[in-house]
Design a protein around this ligand. Structure first.
Ligand SMILES: [Mg+2]
Length: 253
C-alpha cells in the first residue's frame, strides 16, 4: 500500500451524507481513482457498509467503526486483530454499567453494541461526578456527551478516530501529510488538531469550528459539497494550504 499518493480520511454522517451533493462527491471520486478513502464513523460495521453501498461511495482502504473501537481493512472488511486485541484489554462494560448506575441522576439507556453503553445524563454537574468516579476507580474510557439529547455514550479509552487513523496509516505505511481529513462533529475534533490537512464542513458543530488549526480549511459549504471544496483545494495546492504530496513521500511513515 506504500504507493498511495493521497488518502481521504472522513467521517460519514453529516460530512459525506445528509446535506446534499452526495452524487457530486461520487462523481469526484470517479474522477480521482488514485484517491484512497478511509472512513471514520460512529456507525457499526453493518450500518457503515449499508450506507457506503447505498450511496455508491468507493470501497474503503479501511474503516474505523464505532468512533474507532474497531478497524476493518479493504473491500472485504477484514477485522484488524491487533487493534481488536488492544481494545478488549481495557474494556469492562459490566463494571462501567454497575459503577454509573450507582450515581444518582444517571440512568442506563442501553447497549447499542459491544463497544458502546448509553446513559441518560441531564446536567454537566452529573457528568463531572461521573468523570470523577471513573477516575477514582481507575476505569479509563472515552466519554461522548450529547448535551441536547442528554445522552452520555461510554466507549473504550482507545476508541478515538485519530488513534484509529494513526494505526491505519502506520500499518499501511502512509505519511500523515498524504492524508486529508474531513468531519463535522464532536467526535471528529481529535482529527483536526493540526497533524493533518483537512476540511471542516459548514454544518459542523460549534466546538469543532472553534478548535481548528491552520492546516484545516473551514468550508462555507455543507456536507459533501464542503468535502469536495476542501479536497479540490488540497489537490490544487491552494495558497496557505498544504500542497498535494507526491508518491515518493508516502512510503515510510
Ligand atoms: Mg458526523
Amino acid at each position: 500500500m506504500s504507493g498511495l499518493r493521497r488518502v481521504l480520511a472522513t467521517d460519514i454522517d453529516g460530512t459525506l451524507i445528509g446535506h446534499g451533493g452526495e452524487d457530486h462527491l461520487v462523481a469526484f471520486f470517479d474522477r480521482h481513482p488514485d484517491l484512497a478513502v478511509i472512513y471514520l464513523t460512529g456507525r457499526t460495521r453493518h450500518n457503515a457498509e449499508t450506507v457506503l453501498r447505498r450511496y455508491g461511495f468507493p470501497a474503503p482502504l479501511a474503516v474505523a467503526t464505532e468512533v474507532g473501537a474497531e478497524i476493518y481493512w479493504g473491500r472485504h472488511m477484514v477485522m484488524d486483530d491487533i487493534w481488536a486485541f488492544q481494545q478488549r484489554q481495557e474494556w469492562s462494560p459490566r463494571r462501567i454499567r454497575h459503577l454509573l448506575e450507582a450515581v444518582d441522576a444517571v440512568r442506563y439507556r442501553g447497549r447499542s453494541s459491544h463497544w458502546r453503553l448509553a446513559f441518560d445524563v441531564h446536567e454537566p454537574g452529573v457528568l463531572r461526578e461521573v468523570r470523577h468516579l471513573l477516575a477514582r476507580e481507575q476505569v479509563a474510557v472515552h466519554l461522548l456527551w450529547e448535551e441536547a439529547d442528554h445522552r452520555l455514550d461510554v466507549l473504550p479509552a482507545k476508541a478515538h478516530k485519530a488513534l484509529a487513523l494513526n494505526h491505519i496509516l502506520n500499518r499501511a505505511g502512509i505519511r500523515s501529510r498524504a492524508c486529508f481529513v474531513a468531519g463535522n462533529g464532536e467526535n471528529d475534533r481529535d482529527l483536526m488538531q493540526g497533524r493533518f490537512p483537512g476540511v471542516i464542513v459548514a454544518n459542523a458543530c460549534h466546538r469543532l469550528k472553534s478548535s481548528t488549526s491552520n492546516t484545516i480549511w473551514q468550508s462555507s459549504r455543507p456536507g459533501a459539497y464542503g468535502v469536495i471544496e476542501g479536497l479540490t483545494r488540497w489537490c490544487n495546492g491552494e495558497p496557505g494550504k498544504p500542497a498535494m504530496v507526491g508518491s515518493e513521500e508516502a512510503g515510510s511513515a
